[in-house]
Design a protein. Structure first.
Length: 448
C-alpha cells in the first residue's frame, strides 16, 4: 500500500489512506500526490482485475497475491496517455464472482450511504470510490451486472458499453464472451469525456475491431418497461422507481410497457455460460505461472495444482469451477451449455423487437435496497444469483446499459437501468445527462 497518497479533486485534498481505512475501496494504492490545478490532469482508479504496470493486479483473489503485470490494460493505457493518473486498484468480488463485494479475498468495501450495508458487486470498490471521492472516475468491469449493481447501491452513474466497444486486452477474464469494461462516476460529464477515450479498435482484442464509430448525440423519446420485470421487486424500490417514471414523463419521455417473456430465462442461461467460461479461465491459476505457489515440488502435478487451488481460491470461485465444469461435460453439454447459447439468441431477438418501436428498455437496477451485511450472511448462493435478475439480461445480450440514481429510501440510493441497442451508447449518455440536469445525485456524507 502506498504511503501518503493524496487525491486532489475539485480543489479538495483527500488523504486516501485515511479514506480507505473507513471504506476499504482500494486494495492497492499509488504513492503520489497530484496537483489539482491543471484541468488536463485527472485521477482515476481501475478495478483490480485490470492489469496495471506499477500496481498489483489480483482480481480480488488470494491466488494472485504479489502479481505485478509488466503491462497496462488498453483502457488504463488510454486513460494514462490522455493525462490520467492512476490512484489505485479497487476492491472486488474474487474474479468478479458476486453481487455484494463480500467475496473479495481482501477487504470488503462499505456502502458510503450506510456503512452497515454492502456496496454491491462485483465492482464494489469502484462504485464506492466514485461515490466518495468528488469528481472521481472509476474503471469497472461487468460480466453479468457488475457495473450496474454497485452503481445503483452506491448512488452513482454506471455505464456498461456494448460488448466489444472497449478492448479487453489486459483484463483478467471471467467470461470472455460477456466481459465489458465501463465507467462509474458521480460526475455525469465524465461519461461524454472519457467513453471515447477508452473505446475503439485495438488489434490486441479482435472483438473490439469491428465496431462502428461512437456517436454521442442521440435523442430519447420512447422508453419501454418489460411487463414482468417488476415482479419480485421490493415495495420501497418500486415506489421510488414509479416516482422516477413520473419524472421521465414530465421530461417529455413516453413510458409504456410490453411483454418480454424471454427475459426471465436470461438468468439461468447466464449462470451456465458464465460459469462454463470461468471454469476454463481459472485453470491457469495452478501455482505455476502467477501469484501464490506451493513450494513442495516433489509431487505429481495433480496434487500440486490441487493444493494451491484449494488453499488460495475462495469458496465461490470453487463453486463456479465445479458448476462450470459440469455444464460443459460430455453428456451434459447439450442439456446445459448448448441450451444456454440458444436462450441467449432468444433474449437478443426479444430486445431487438422491443427496439423496433422504442429507444430504450427500462427497469429498476436491483430488486432491493443495498442489503445489510448481517442479512447477506443468511443468503444462500441461489438467493444471491437471483438478485441479478434485472442486470443479467442486457449483459447476456451484449447490449449497452446505464444505471442512474433515481431516488432514495431513508437516505439509501435506488437505481434505474436503461438498456439501449448495440453500439448506441449515445442514447445512454444523453439520457444520463438530461436526467442529471433535473435530478442530480445526492452525495454521501464522507467520514474522514
Ligand atoms: N453477480 C454476477 C455474477 O456473480 C455478475 C458479476 C459480474 O458482472 N462480474 O456472476
Amino acid at each position: 500500500m502506498g504511503e501518503g497518497a493524496t487525491a486532489v479533486m475539485s480543489g479538495l485534498t483527500f488523504d486516501l489512506e485515511k479514506l480507505n481505512q473507513t471504506y476499504h475501496m482500494f486494495n492497492d494504492m499509488a504513492a503520489e500526490t497530484v496537483p489539482g490545478e491543471d484541468e488536463s490532469i485527472f485521477q482515476f482508479s481501475a478495478k483490480d482485475n485490470l492489469c496495471t504496470k506499477d500496481l498489483q493486479a489480483r482480481a480480488g483473489s488470494r491466488i494472485l497475491e504479489g502479481y505485478r503485470p509488466p503491462f497496462d490494460a488498453t483502457a488504463v493505457a488510454r486513460l494514462r496517455s490522455a493525462g490520467g493518473v492512476l490512484l489505485g486498484k479497487t476492491n472486488m468480488d474474487e474474479f468478479g464472482f458476486g453481487t455484494f463485494g463480500t467475496n473479495s479475498g481482501y477487504q470488503v468495501p462499505l456502502n458510503p450511504f450506510d456503512l452497515k450495508r454492502a456496496c454491491g458487486g462485483s465492482s464494489a470498490g469502484a462504485a464506492c470510490a466514485a461515490s466518495v471521492i468528488p469528481g472521481h472516475l472509476a474503471l469497472g468491469v461487468s460480466t453479468g451486472g457488475s457495473i450496474s449493481c454497485p452503481a445503483s447501491f452506491c448512488g452513482v452513474f454506471g455505464l456498461t458499453p456494448t460488448y466489444g466497444r472497449v478492448s479487453r486486452y489486459g483484463l483478467i477474464d471471467y467470461g470472455n464472451s460477456l466481459d465489458k469494461i465501463g465507467l462509474l462516476t458521480m460526475d455525469v460529464g465524465h461519461l461524454r469525456r472519457f467513453l471515447p477515450i477508452i473505446s475503439g479498435a485495438d488489434p490486441r482484442d479482435p472483438t473490439s475491431c469491428a465496431q462502428p464509430p461512437l456517436e454521442l448525440d442521440a435523442e430519447v423519446r420512447r422508453v419501454v418497461i418489460p411487463e414482468d420485470s417488476l415482479n419480485g421487486v421490493d415495495g420501497d424500490v418500486l415506489e421510488t422507481f414509479q416516482t422516477a417514471i413520473e419524472h421521465l414523463s414530465h421530461m417529455g419521455i413516453e413510458v409504456t410497457t410490453m411483454p418480454m417473456p424471454a427475459l426471465r430465462f436470461a438468468l439461468p442461461a447466464y449462470y451456465v455460460l458464465a460459469t462454463s467460461e470461468a471454469s476454463t479461465n481459472l485453470a491457469r491459476y495452478c501455482g505455476m505461472r502467477y501469484g501464490e505457489r506451493n513450494e513442495d515440488y516433489n509431487q505429481h502435478f495433480d496434487p500440486y495444482f490441487s493444493k494451491t487451488r484449494s488453499r488460495y481460491l475462495g469458496q465461490e470461485a470453487k463453486r463456479r469451477v465445479l458448476l462450470g465444469t459440469f455444464t460443459r461435460m460430455v453428456g451434459f453439454r447439450d442439456r446445459y451449455y448448448m441450451k444456454a447459447l440458444a436462450t441467449r439468441e432468444l433474449v437478443i431477438s426479444e430486445y431487438a423487437q422491443a427496439f423496433e418501436e422504442h429507444d430504450l428498455v427500462l427497469t429498476p437496477t436491483m430488486p432491493f435496497l443495498p442489503p445489510l451485511f448481517a442479512d447477506i450472511e443468511g443468503m444462500s448462493p441461489l438467493d444471491t444469483y437471483k438478485a441479478d435478475g434485472l442486470t443479467v439480461p442486457p449483459n447476456l445480450a451484449g447490449l449497452p446499459h446505464l444505471s442512474a440514481p433515481c431516488g432514495y429510501v431513508d437516505g439509501v440510493p435506488v437505481g434505474m437501468q436503461f438498456v439501449s441497442p448495440h453500439w448506441t451508447e449515445g442514447r445512454l449518455v444523453t439520457m444520463a445527462e438530461s436526467w442529471n440536469g433535473a435530478h442530480p445525485p445526492m452525495r454521501p456524507e464522507v467520514i474522514l
